[in-house]
Ligand binder design. Structure first.
Ligand code: PLP
Length: 378
């Protein structure tokens, strides 16, 4: 077969799907420098603005001073240092579970956890809008993969009725490209009725929802009924890394069987040290202040009512329409990227607008004016 990557790239480009990296010259708080211009950044997942926090920068420095640069090996070989264990205890406490395990990223968490728990003869059932890491992990596991339409629980129940082997239901508390939530109370009832396990990915909810920013399960008081709490340290926590929190038995099994844990070098100890600090900030009084500011901004952006999350998509449909709008907003000084297939379905292209506690009200108001000028309802 003739294999021409250029032809394939040109096709992708012709369909309005081509992406390029853009180098940002400097980022501080809500403003980035790009191509010599200042843009107000409405595309970040740094919901509390902690990526720029002096306190976390200081914690990283302190971590390097105390523990050096690299961990040197995987955790099981000789890479487990005290900051890893301290972070895992803090995460377990934050999630109200017996134990937790950290991975190098949220993506690596999914890839390690799902195939460690289910395999041939088992069934993984996912919400249609689940993140790519969850889909890839389910495929990798070798279990039968079933998908239900977004938040459509009657269809989920049908799938539960015929599922074989161990059954794992996978969903997110806040969906990353739509910003809506799953109906967790109903889902938990359902999975319990069929004896299935639930993996809940709280990537976009931690720091933003629930008491102390502990997520949607905490907001609903349902933490004890979630089998597997997954999340990332890279969004509201402002750093990088992923985690799974669960019963001690499950964590001990993952230490043995999650391949992205066993065969990967330990997280930088300085990062683990700083992540413990980030959790403290998120769960403490400063976190509460930042959440209050964030939700005031979100309410303002949402026309006076509270939206379900910090992600406010503007759905445009055509890939080219989303690109053109994103371009016009950039000319007006705002960075709001066009999200296209394959990140979202074909013909469901959108602007993915996110807001953070680092924004100022004046920036929110000028965005609202610009959206209005461009004829968007938000
Ligand atoms: C971002 C994200 C991940 C991956 O987390 P990283 O730490 O960035 O690798 C996983 N799940 C969801 C829902 C996400 O939004």
């Amino acid at each position: 077969m003739k294999w021409d990557i250029q032809v394939e790239s040109d096709e992708w480009r012709a369909r309005g799907l081509w992406r390029e990296l853009r180098e940002i010259e400097a980022a501080s708080g809500s403003v980035i420098q790009w191509n010599g211009r200042e843009l107000v950044n409405f595309s970040s997942n740094d919901y509390l603005g902690l990526a720029g926090s002096q306190e976390l920068q200081a914690a990283l420095h302190e971590g390097v001073d105390r523990y050096g640069a690299g961990a040197g090996a995987s955790r099981l070989v000789c890479g487990t240092l005290s900051p890893h264990l301290v972070l895992e205890r803090a995460l377990a406490q934050f999630k109200r579970t017996e134990a937790a395990l950290v991975f190098s990223s949220g993506f690596a968490t999914a890839l390690g956890v799902i195939p460690a728990l289910v395999g041939h003869g088992d069934t993984v059932i996912l919400d249609k809008l689940c993140h790519a890491s969850l889909v890839d992990a389910a495929r990798l596991s070798g279990a039968v993969l079933r998908v239900f339409p977004h938040n459509h629980f009657p269809r989920l129940e049908k799938l539960l009725q015929t599922a074989q082997g161990r059954v794992l239901v996978v969903t997110e508390s806040v969906f990353s490209m739509d910003g809506d939530r799953c109906d967790l109370a109903e889902l938990v009832e359902l999975k319990d009725r069929y004896g299935a396990w639930l993996l809940l990915d709280e990537a976009h909810a931690v720091g933003v929802l629930g008491p102390q920013g502990r997520g949607l399960a905490a907001e609903l008081g349902m933490e004890g009924r979630i089998d597997l709490h997954m999340g990332t340290l890279s969004k509201a926590l402002g750093l990088s890394g992923g985690y799974l929190a669960a019963k001690r038995q499950v964590i001990d099994w993952l230490i043995n069987r999650a391949r992205s844990f066993v065969y990967s070098t330990a997280m930088l100890p300085s990062l683990a040290h700083a992540a413990t600090k980030a959790l403290e900030v998120v769960a403490g009084a400063v976190g509460d202040e930042l959440r209050t500011r964030l939700w005031l901004h979100l309410q303002r952006l949402n026309g006076g009512t509270l939206p379900p999350s910090a992600i406010l998509p503007i759905i445009l449909g055509e890939e080219s329409a989303a690109l053109a709008s994103s371009q016009r907003l950039m000319e007006a000084g705002f960075l709001i990227p066009a999200i296209r297939y394959p990140t979202v379905a074909r013909g469901a292209a959108r602007l993915r607008l996110t807001c953070t506690a680092a924004h100022r009200q004046s920036q929110i108001d000028s965005l609202l004016r610009e959206l209005n000028v461009q004829g968007f309802q938000r």
